[in-house]
Design a protein around this ligand. Structure first.
Ligand code: NAD
Length: 352
């Protein structure tokens, strides 16, 4: 039986997760779903953005379905109590080192992109981002006061060889199932940590002779993503570059509300969540786009439960709902049927 921890989180999290759970249940599979608070909701419930019970539940589950965390009202809390810390900690605790973020443009939404349709139509890109290392975790870090009284902020970019190696293997293995191209993104001309990244990627590539490896500096990659994004198949990069590039890639597809993500450990246990945040500006209004979360459930079935059939069923149901003209406000264009978050969930269930 599939054991899934459901962590709705904050803002629009509960609304979008409710739709994803509705779709998951509609598959009629045997499953156990257990819900727990995280982020601001965790702080409210237990004084901790990652309550011990929530972490225990997540550790015992096969997979975690997460909504989003964060709200401006928590911005004044000490850093360790802020919702985002809960997210960083659960990724670290579950050893979720590989973040998979597909950017796929549905034909029905080609006009929603700010780029010309010919530049983006048919886009099918997978960004593989390292998630537990890099400047977000490196020590030393902090803000201190220097001898002259001036304050100084410090963060440290660090990567060791084994961290680079394991994310490299994930990228090459995904490329083997796709178009067999990996572009490794670094800043090897300036940063030693990424000079090592490049060396290790070259070493790993010898184990995958069928895969073509290329390298790109991150500034150029940012430019190429908007100039000619279809040149990429799998892009692999570190935590901070991946954070920025995957948001950029998401915009190629028109709305951040469409993009799922998966974060995997070495045994394909995963946490699945939309790529967007908690959107406090629209929370509680039943207007958010639930498709990224619903598509995250498809990724869960594919990567953790090895159930390609039901993953494709969900993806096709989403395509059908779009083809039938259903649109939430963020992807609405004239002539379509504007629906609420819950109605979009119903449309996907009906299409199933
Ligand atoms: P955001 O992704 O929450 O929102 C950015 C914009 O996109 C907003 O205008 C929002 O309304 C819109 N949007 C996002 N998801 C949408 C959806 N499903 N449907 C329709 N519109 C959608 O980013 P932000 O505003 O920078 O951050 C808001 C909060 O979310 C902050 O507290 C931030 O820390 C947090 N955050 C959380 C995560 C996460 O949980 N993974 C990721 C990013 C930001």
């Amino acid at each position: 039986m599939m054991k899934i921890a459901v962590l709705p989180g904050d803002g629009i999290g509960p609304e979008i997760v409710a739709q994803a759970v509705k779709v998951l249940r509609a598959l009629g599979l045997e499953m156990q779903l257990d819900e727990a608070p995280i982020g601001g909701a965790g702080y409210e419930a237990a004084g901790d953005p990652l309550p011990a019970d929530t972490l225990a539940l997540a550790k015992a589950a096969d997979a975690v379905l997460l909504g989003a965390v964060g709200d401006w009202k928590y911005d004044s809390l000490p850093r360790d109590m802020r919702p985002e810390r809960g997210l960083l900690r659960i990724r670290k605790e579950l050893n979720l080192f590989a973040n998979l973020r597909p950017a796929l443009l549905y034909a029905e939404l080609a006009s929603a992109s700010t780029l010309k349709p010919e530049v983006v139509s048919g886009l099918d890109l997978m960004i593989v981002r390292e998630l537990t290392g890099d400047i977000y975790f490196g020590q030393p870090r902090g803000i201190s006061t220097l001898a002259n009284g001036e304050r100084e902020g410090i963060n440290t970019m660090r990567y060791n060889e084994s961290e680079i190696r394991r994310i490299g293997h994930v990228a090459f293995q995904i490329a083997m199932k796709r178009n067999k191209k990996v572009c490794s993104v670094d800043k090897a001309n300036v940063l030693e940590a990424t000079e090592l990244w490049r060396q290790v990627m070259i070493e790993i590539s010898r184990e995958y002779p069928e895969v073509e490896l290329s390298h790109m500096y991150v500034d150029n990659a940012a430019m190429q993503l908007v100039r000619a994004p279809k040149q990429f198949d799998v892009m692999v990069t570190g935590n901070i570059f991946g954070d920025i590039l995957s948001d950029e890639a998401s915009m190629l597809t028109g709305s951040i509300g469409m993009l799922p993500s998966a974060s995997l450990d070495a045994n394909n246990k995963g946490m699945y969540e939309p790529s967007h945040g908690s959107a406090p500006d629209i929370a509680g209004k039943d207007v958010a786009n639930p498709l990224a979360t619903i598509l995250s459930v498809a990724m869960m079935l594919r990567y953790t439960f090895n159930d390609e059939t039901n993953a494709v069923r969900i993806e096709n149901a989403v395509k059908q709902a779009l083809a039938e003209g259903y649109r939430t406000a963020d992807i609405y264009t004239d002539g379509c049927k504007k629906v609420k978050c819950s109605e979009m969930g119903d449309a996907v269930v009906a299409a199933l």
